[in-house]
Write a protein that binds this ligand. Structure first.
Ligand SMILES: Cc1cc2nc3c(=O)[nH]c(=O)nc-3n(C[C@H](O)[C@H](O)[C@H](O)COP(=O)(O)O)c2cc1C
Length: 421
């Protein structure tokens, strides 16, 4: 049987190991993780989600505090429309993260940035333009357009000097979404350099409704490959969602895919940005501990571990500090849900909001544990310490397991001493 390493991911003149580690928001796909993928010849992603929070943590800036201080007067107000992002600070934070990452890059692979359209930031077009342009200015190898149809995103950067030289790809979950994207952008004469086809078993937000279980990644990938062939469009197709072993990946490459995007198996690596105690929760999760729910204010269903402490947490909206999900009118469905519960429970110190979550704050605190469906198999990918805890993996170990394994085998790591507590 073939190994994933028998294939190469080609983008233009470049050739890579066909493994892309997917973007995982708010620094879960950290620079360290992305850089390992690049060092090993594949593609890694950083993410620009809540970039000011990431910059403050990593580069000791004070963006969040400054924004919070500026809009402190608005905290009690239901109307968040005055809370705006300063484009100069947004650009600065993005540049800091991208430059710091790219300056450490080694190896023949690439580092891309995941940019989600659903981070509408109370001025969707303006902020997205700043985010994309700043990432290009700072030397990112490529941009993956995520969480949205991105019908107008390419036009926002068509005048950027790197518009045709940087790699730009899009994540879709259906042929229809891809067709729309291609049609809307036809006048730019610039095809995407790759298309990630994300199926219903992925982590993060899903490009499906609550009927996600009726869809199947292989079927969507086959449809898209067939369409691109018929149209004579040479765009690499990269399936994502539920690809757990090198052999799972090989099956997609044998049907004509050019690479795979994977994420869940890397959530339990040392380089991943999740706190170590949360990584243990990922290891422990069984299939019935994982659900797809609709608590994300983006309107997309999201898969997560049911025990995520952010579920049901009725904290006061924190848009003055964050505000990444405010729509073009300064609204977010968590604010509406929170105010409804507040009115129903006057005077109560702690209220619970079950139907929506304050995603910014909860992600900032690593309190929504989003994962792919296969997280329930993570426990089979490592060893346990004497105290019952799971041994973390290195990103290199997981990457090479995808790259070289055959027959659906998973290679276990060497035994390590338990970390001192
Ligand atoms: C913890 C976690 C966070 C994620 N966050 C994002 C994100 O911010 N943006 C995005 O486009 N996809 C996100 N995803 C989806 C992954 O990039 C990837 O496409 C998908 O999870 C691949 O499926 P797998 O996890 O089964 O390997 C996330 C996935 C996980 C597990």
């Amino acid at each position: 049987m073939k190994r994933l390493n028998d294939f190469r991911l080609r983008m233009g003149r470049e050739e890579m190991v066909p493994i892309m580690i997917g973007g995982m928001g708010v620094d879960i796909s950290s620079a360290d993780l992305a850089l390992e993928a690049a060092r090993l010849g594949g593609v890694g992603h950083i993410s620009d989600a809540m970039i000011k929070t990431v910059a403050d943590r990593r580069y000791k800036t004070k963006f969040v505090k400054a924004k919070q201080a500026l809009y402190k007067y608005n905290v009690e107000s239901e109307d968040k429309s005055p809370v705006k992002f300063n484009p100069a600070y947004l650009a600065e934070a993005t540049k800091l993260h991208v430059e710091a990452t790219m300056s450490r890059k080694t190896g023949s692979g690439k580092v891309f940035i995941n940019c989600m359209e659903k981070l509408t930031m109370n001025a969707p077009k303006e902020t997205l333009k700043v985010r994309l342009s700043a990432a290009l200015d700072a030397g990112i190898d490529g941009i993956t357009l995520a969480a949205g149809l991105h019908l107008g995103s390419l036009a926002l950067i068509e005048d950027h000097p790197r518009f045709r030289d940087a790699k730009i790809g899009i994540i879709v979950s259906s042929l229809r979404a891809l067709q729309l994207f291609l049609k809307k952008n036809a006048r730019l004469d610039r095809l995407p350099d790759y298309v990630v086809v994300e199926g219903p078993l992925a982590g993060g937000h899903l490009g499906f409704g609550m009927d996600w279980a009726q869809y199947d990644l292989a079927t969507i990938v086959a449809e898209i490959i067939q369409y691109l062939k018929a149209e004579q469009l040479d765009i690499p197709v990269i399936p994502a969602g539920g690809i757990f072993t090198g052999s799972d990946a090989v099956r997609f490459l044998e049907m004509g895919a050019s690479g795979v995007q994977v994420a869940t198996r890397f959530t339990v690596t040392r380089e991943c940005g999740l706190p170590d105690d949360v990584k243990q929760e990922y290891f422990k999760a069984n299939a019935d501990d994982i659900e797809v729910n609709e608590i994300s204010p983006t309107g997309y269903p999201m898969r997560m571990i049911k025990a995520s402490p952010g579920i049901g947490d009725g904290i006061r909206p924190n848009c003055e500090a964050y505000g990444y999900l405010l729509d073009a009118n300064g609204k977010c469905s968590y604010i509406t849900a929170y105010n409804r519960e507040l009115a129903l429970h006057p005077g109560e110190r702690r209220i619970s909001v079950r139907d929506k979550t304050c995603l910014c704050t909860q992600f900032r605190n690593f309190a929504i544990w989003t994962c792919g469906q296969t997280a329930s198999r993570l426990k089979d990918t490592t060893l346990r310490h004497a105290d019952g805890s799971f041994q973390l993996l290195s990103a290199q170990h997981v990457f090479e397991d995808y790259q070289f394994s055959t027959d659906d085998k998973i290679r276990l790591p060497e035994t390590e001493a338990a970390p001192a507590v």
